[in-house]
Design a protein around this ligand. Structure first.
Ligand SMILES: [Zn+2]
Length: 703
């Protein structure tokens, strides 16, 4: 039975969140006046939603087309954010064991209070006040011999969804009501709701005479055909619908999560052409334009103007005019055809029909020009840059590139527009690199930084160390493992806390990944030279883990590169100041230390077992570190944290920062131009900090 038409949404839109382009997740956002839905949720989905102001809060239903990390890798992180904002229920749709996958994430504390349930399609379609959803399982046909007849049908684990939005009741025709002398008041409401009424004078008025025609609910079809072996099943299943679509209600939009290669097959092309012309097709796959994080591209342009070695420009940003014309061309051709460009932020409106059918993100004004225009207005920047360049020249540094430390994520907790969650790549030499932590979306960061070289850089990646089990330090690992799978390389050396090791083992039940890494429990690396063969593979002279105060399995590390000269590098992971780390890391060349909290938030830092900026600097002093490089900033300091004026031998990490060990002396010199570049933001941060201090003083004194 249909629900009350009044509940049927007055507006329905769909937007591309992650367009599946290189380094981007796949995700589609559907929203109405009162409900929000997500179809697939790859890593980085919530970061894109943040940047493009698509509100994922109060998300109620997430539909997954198949359990594969590419489609659901962003779900644990998103759930954690939802839970932290007080939203604690979520319904998932997809393969029957999806909810178990969810349960597993409880190993590392995600969704501890989240009530996740799964809709059981065996009992019937899903239905709420907006729409009814039919889940269609696809089957796979595997070749089991060379004869075409020898095919093995595998029961489907891939799902498509046919969403039928409820009809919208017709409008009450006021003029007709006036003519029939229907009095103001509740009778009008009853007529609008489709109920026939009797007027006070005894006349009967039929609702159908005073209510306009109802608006048919639009159809949205979401298809995923992950490989050629599913195409036949998809075509068989959709065949009987074609006549129905032609005769009455054709899907307004068909969203294809299918890869380009599969869409190009004859059968798939036939399927597309079997839909009526008024159906719009939207493709979310690897062929789409890769740039969606405009914020980080703009920021890197600015930083690049300060130092183009430490902050190289990101890849895939071709000439702005060329890019704009490509986007416009795609959009203009969409106006003439039924294929919409798969661009993040593209919205298609399914209701109301009177509105413009599609909104498209306005192509950005020329990035470089607008950045130059913006920063040329900043007071004292020119002087600060001249001073910096002069001071760097006087340092007379050696220009060797290796070892080189690359920051892919420098923010804490959940990713923000400018800072992704923890990930550092240490390039030991031109053949070997090693990763420290790997938060959600790290592969996207890797891809944007290395571009066409990403595959080559993946081959060089020989190992990873995860400092502790908190989700912002390892949720990006599975994607790296999967991307390395096709490269015919040795399994990745994975030095992990046991909780992360257990999680990967369990995840293997859903997707085979155990052959892609060699697990070492991080607790076994307490002694120097604990595993000589491993040191050889990683091109290190020594590698020691140090217990640090944060959570039960938190470790920092101290390692020496086997380069000439050898460098001693210390990474704190998440930690309060640690005497163990100070002792073990003494006289290091580089201390990478977390500085999550501003100095005025000492109490909060203790509560969350993190360090303040000044505490981290002090650890560096006590350690006699040549340089202390701060990272893992609270997302409150999205652009730049507050650094004490008297700080010495200190640098600040940014996403996409690449610093060779030989160039470390540049870092303290960078502080002044960076503070000048972000002066507006910096002054605001200081103002906010002063407000917090004043508030705390007041509370201490009077409350
Ligand atoms: Zn942590």
């Amino acid at each position: 039975m249909k629900e009350n038409g009044d509940q049927s949404p007055a507006s329905i839109s769909i937007s591309i969140l992650g367009n599946g382009g290189k380094g981007n997740p796949k995700s589609l956002y559907v929203f109405t006046d009162n409900h929000r839905y997500l179809f697939n949720c790859g890593e980085g989905t919530q970061r894109l939603a943040n940047e493009h102001s698509m509100k994922l809060m109060k998300m109620e239903n997430v539909f997954i087309t198949n359990t594969n990390w590419t489609n659901c890798g962003g779900l644990p992180g998103l759930s954690m954010t939802l839970q932290n904002s007080g939203w604690n229920k979520l319904r998932v749709h997809g393969p029957s064991d999806l909810v178990e996958l969810y349960q597993m994430t409880k190993i590392f504390g995600i969704t501890a209070d989240m009530n996740v349930e799964q809709h059981d399609y065996e009992k019937g379609n899903f239905r709420d006040s907006c729409m009814e959803v039919e889940r269609i399982a696809l089957s796979r046909f595997n070749e089991i011999g060379d004869s075409a007849t020898k095919k093995q049908k595998v029961v489907g684990d891939v799902f498509c969804y046919l969403c039928t939005f409820h009809d919208k009741k017709g409008e009450l025709l006021i003029q007709k009501c006036i003519e029939l002398k229907v009095p103001r008041g509740p009778l009008l409401g009853q007529l609008k709701a489709g109920v026939d009424v009797t007027l006070p004078d005894g006349r009967k008025v039929s609702a159908k005479d005073v209510v306009g025609p109802c608006e048919k609910g639009p159809l949205l079809l979401v298809i995923d055909c992950p490989s050629f072996s599913y195409v036949k099943s998809l075509c068989d299943i959709t065949k009987p619908w074609q006549q129905k679509f032609k005769d009455s209600n054709a899907p307004k939009v068909v969203v294809h999560f299918t890869s380009t290669l599969v869409t190009k097959t004859e059968d798939y092309q036939q399927l597309i052409s079997s839909f009526p012309e008024e159906t719009t097709h939207l493709f979310i796959n690897e062929s789409n334009y890769p740039i969606a994080h405009y914020g980080i591209y703009m920021l890197q342009y600015k930083l690049n103007l300060v130092d183009d070695t430490i902050f190289p420009n990101l890849k895939y940003l071709s000439d702005e005019n060329e890019q704009n014309s490509e986007i416009l061309q795609r959009f203009n051709s969409f106006r003439r055809s039924q294929f919409a460009p798969g661009q993040t932020n593209l919205s298609l409106i399914l209701r109301p029909l009177t509105k413009l059918g599609a909104y498209f993100p306005t192509p950005r004004a020329a990035y470089k020009e607008s950045v130059i225009e913006e920063i040329s207005q900043i007071d004292d920047l020119e002087e600060a840059l001249d001073e910096y360049k002069k001071a760097c020249a006087e340092l007379n540094m050696d220009n060797s590139f290796y070892p080189n430390v690359i920051f892919l994520g420098t923010g804490s907790a959940c990713p923000s527009k400018y800072r992704n969650t923890s990930c550092i790549v240490v390039k030991i030499n031109d053949k070997t690199s090693f990763m420290l932590d790997c938060g959600e979306g790290s592969f996207g960061q890797f891809y944007r930084l290395f571009g066409k070289d990403a595959e080559n850089e993946l081959r060089k990646l020989k190992g990873i160390f995860v400092s502790h089990h908190h989700a912002d330090h390892h949720l990006g690992l599975i994607e790296f493992l999967k991307k390395r799978e096709t490269l015919n390389v040795d399994p990745l050396i994975a030095i992990l806390p046991s909780a992360v090791g257990d999680w990967l083992k369990q995840y293997d039940y859903y997707e085979k990944i155990s052959h892609l890494y060699k697990y070492y429990c991080s607790n076994d690396f307490r002694a120097p030279n604990s595993c000589k063969s491993l040191l050889k593979q990683l091109h290190l002279n020594s590698f020691v883990t140090v217990k640090v105060p944060h959570c039960r399995d938190s470790l920092g590390i101290v390692f020496k590169t086997n380069s000439q000269p050898s460098y001693k590098i210390v990474y704190s992971g998440d930690a309060m100041p640690s005497t163990n780390l100070i002792r073990e890391g003494h006289d290091c060349d580089l201390l990478i230390h977390e500085g999550t909290m501003d100095d005025d938030m000492k109490e909060e830092a203790i509560m969350k077992r993190h360090s303040t900026i000044s505490q981290a600097i002090d650890v560096g002093k006590q350690m006699n570190a040549k340089i202390t490089l701060l990272t893992h900033f609270s997302q409150r300091y999205s652009k730049i944290p507050i650094i004490p004026e008297d700080a010495q031998n200190v640098g600040i990490a940014f996403d996409n920062m690449c610093i060779s060990l030989s160039q470390l002396p540049k870092l303290p010199l960078l502080l002044k131009p960076l503070k000048t570049l972000f002066a507006e933001n910096y002054d605001e941060m200081i103002f906010e900090s002063e407000k917090r201090i004043a508030r705390k003083q007041f509370l201490r004194k009077y409350v």
